[in-house]
Design a binder for this molecule. Sequence first.
Ligand code: SAM
Length: 183
Amino acid sequence: MADRRLMSDSGFRCMALIHDNPLRRIFDNPIKTLKAAGIQTGQQVLEVGCGPGFFTIAAAKLVGDNGFIHAIDLHPLAIKMVEEKLRKASLTNVKARIANAANTGLPAESIDLVLLFGVIHALPLEEVLPELYRVLRPGGAVVVQTFSGRSAGRTAKGGLFTFIGKEGRVFKFRKETSDYSGP
Ligand SMILES: C[S@@+](CC[C@H](N)C(=O)[O-])C[C@H]1O[C@@H](n2cnc3c(N)ncnc32)[C@H](O)[C@@H]1O
């Protein structure tokens, strides 16, 4: 039986036309947005709902050879499109795979930064936030890109993450632990 959470292939292709449109770069430059998110060379990054990979390639370049992007999406077409882009760009520091944000399969405390770009509205946060908390190292961050401050603010509900700032449409939250004393 088809997975009801998934868009049809044609629905996904329509979404991809909008989200991966070259014109989007005019008002949403991926490098600028990722820098606003605080991405750094050498980081392990989890990109949730990578879609057709509008941010994935830029993220891979920004983390460099010592960093890694774990790009996940529920939709098989997303993974196919990202893999095609990776081949064209000869990038090897990204693994794109089908996974649900509520069950990433990643080891505990293995991730520095989680990107929730254009996806928070679609996530069951009561299941997803504990999983993101599990995979993030102490002091790691969840960064949300959305038009709505109210929906971004849902990240802090439940007390696993603390809002630490906003730049444009990018809202940043830090995983807080009792023994964490970093910046
Ligand atoms: C609107 S697209 C955004 C794509 C990309 N992040 C961007 O900003 O261009 C949202 C994507 O999130 C995926 N998605 C939705 N729920 C998800 C979940 N629970 N786990 C992983 N991916 C999910 C969808 O399949 C879709 O590809």
